[in-house]
Design a protein around this ligand. Structure first.
Ligand SMILES: Cc1cc2nc3c(=O)[nH]c(=O)nc-3n(C[C@H](O)[C@H](O)[C@H](O)COP(=O)(O)OP(=O)(O)OC[C@H]3O[C@@H](n4cnc5c(N)ncnc54)[C@H](O)[C@@H]3O)c2cc1C
Length: 469
């Protein structure tokens, strides 16, 4: 731990209690490294306020001292957004983990109001206890926290039906960079009163203020779930399946995940003994959900859609355990990459119709320039979002390969995505990792407007310095 601002540490201790101002190296360690181990930051202290009032007082004190602040939720982000800079160690990490209360659940209005530090899994559980559904879902849900989900505008596994974190948000409570509290915590589905200010803070990655609470939409809890793994053979056939399924059962298609042959190969290399199905050609993990006691109509419609396309190689989950096995297979792809030494990761999104061509071009281009490199291509295909990840050839040192080639591989993949009117960041955000890309691909009016907003809300640049724009 570096930096010597004992006066600020004492002030912060007076606000949150000395036990919640961490300065010892060991106590701070977990807050200073990001999920992927790409960034190793330094900080003056890690502060853990207990509520909105304490958070506001902490921000006021840091602003008075001219000290940069890094909000942190579950620290599961993929772009280093929650990690302080590696420089002078003169930033304060503000962990929201103690803001962990469910403030209100309104069954009739189907809304829940939670503090920023409630984990995503706990929001889901609170909704379930009331017989409702909070549909945001992702592999990190046991650890990531709702403030982090909103600040990254997280996507995940059910975007196709329910949208991203932004679409699930009705109201926010935010501490502004000067310590004022902006109370936008309204549970209204209609509210046309000027600019929709809450939208500014969603996806802002802690650069405009600190979210301390949110009012979120809940949904009826489906009573039927139909999960299947279908071997489709190609991305174009995956698109056909998506269209046919949606024509047959509409919005009941909740998740539509794609695994290319190379992602299946990485699973096989990393987990040869795993007890999940072993398709050898590109496949889709799709989940449809519905209501009522009788799931025969849903099953019949989905079966007819599969027949229409002549898809015979289909595993249909017949029990909750089988369903979990299929999902486990999909969710273990990132673990497989880690197991094999890590990958150069990409989180691109394309207009759906352009996805098959992009995948072909990107695969050909990467393999031509880095022969022997191993791909791992999978993702939330129904949203146009794929993770196009590149691993070192089997006989290369993975870390050395990444050090030497990551920048060029990423430029190639991002160039192709942007050229096809896609985006280099679908759901993981910018953080530290993709700042250069933001500057490169969003030049001109778009980035200038972002910077104008940043200057207007945070003129001294104290909120999450060195992140986003
Ligand atoms: C196994 C795994 C699977 C994942 N799957 C998905 C997926 O399917 N979809 C997806 O979108 N992401 C996914 N992620 C990435 C990550 O979980 C999400 O980005 C998540 O939303 C981050 O939440 P967090 O609480 O961990 O935020 P953190 O990592 O703590 O912070 C992320 C950013 O938000 C800011 N921030 C955090 N809390 C606040 C706050 N209260 N106010 C203001 N700013 C704040 C931070 O400063 C930082 O810039 C996955 C990660 C893992 C490890």
């Amino acid at each position: 731990m570096s930096g010597s601002r004992p006066a600020l540490a004492t002030t912060l201790g007076a606000i949150v209690g000395a036990d919640h101002v961490l300065t010892a190296t060991a106590a701070c360690a977990a807050y200073l490294v990001d999920e992927r181990g790409l960034y190793d930051g330094r900080a003056l202290a890690v502060v853990r306020p207990a509520d909105c009032a304490e958070t506001a007082a902490v921000v006021t004190a840091c602003a008075a001292a001219g000290v940069g602040m890094v909000a942190q939720g579950g620290n599961t982000g993929y772009c280093g957004g929650a990690t302080p800079g590696a420089g002078g160690g003169d930033e304060v990490v503000i962990s929201l983990e103690r803001l962990d209360r469910v403030r209100d659940l309104d069954r009739a209005g189907a809304t829940i109001t939670v503090e920023a530090g409630v984990t995503l899994a706990a929001v889901q559980a609170a909704a379930e206890a009331a017989g409702l559904l909070f549909p945001l879902a992702m592999g990190s849900q046991a650890s990531c926290r709702i403030g982090g989900n909103l600040s990254t505008n997280a996507g995940g596994l059910a975007v196709l039906r329910y949208g991203m974190a932004r679409d699930l948000t009705l109201g926010l409570e935010v501490v502004l960079p000067d310590g004022r509290v902006l109370d936008l915590l309204r549970a209204l589905r209609k509210d046309n009163t000027g600019y929709d200010l809450k939208q500014l803070f969603i996806g802002a990655e802690g650069t405009l203020g600190i979210i301390t609470a949110a009012t979120l939409k809940l949904y009826p809890r489906p009573t039927q779930q139909l999960t299947l793994l279908a071997t489709v053979g190609s991305p174009a056939r995956a698109l056909d399946l998506l269209g046919t399924l949606r024509a047959a059962v509409g919005d009941a298609v909740t998740s539509f995940e794609y695994l290319a042959t190379d992602a299946l190969a990485r699973l096989e290399e990393a987990f040869p003994d795993a007890l999940w199905p072993r398709p050898r050609a590109p496949c889709v993990l799709a989940e449809c959900s519905g209501f009522g006691d009788d799931d025969t109509p849903l099953l019949t419609a989905v079966s007819a859609a599969l027949d229409d396309l002549g898809l015979a190689d289909v595993d249909l989950a017949r029990s909750e355990q089988q369903r979990r096995t299929l999902w486990r297979m999909r969710e273990q792809v990132p673990a497989a990459e880690r197991h094999l030494g890590g990958s150069v990761k990409h989180d691109v999104t394309l207009p759906l119709a352009g996805l098959p061509e992009f995948l072909d071009h990107a695969r050909d281009a990467v393999l031509a320039r880095w022969p022997g490199s191993r791909l791992s291509v999978y993702g939330h295909f129904g949203d146009g979002n794929v993770h196009f990840n590149v691993l070192a050839p089997a006989d290369h040192d993975p870390a050395a390969f990444r050090r030497e080639h990551a920048a060029a591989i990423t430029a190639l993949v991002h160039d192709l995505a942007e050229a096809a009117r896609g985006s280099f960041s679908a759901e993981h955000g910018i953080g530290q990792l993709k700042r250069h890309d933001l500057e490169h691909y969003r030049r001109g009016t778009e980035i200038e407007l972002m910077r104008t907003l940043k200057r207007a809300l945070d003129p001294r640049g104290l909120m999450n310095p060195g992140k986003l724009c």
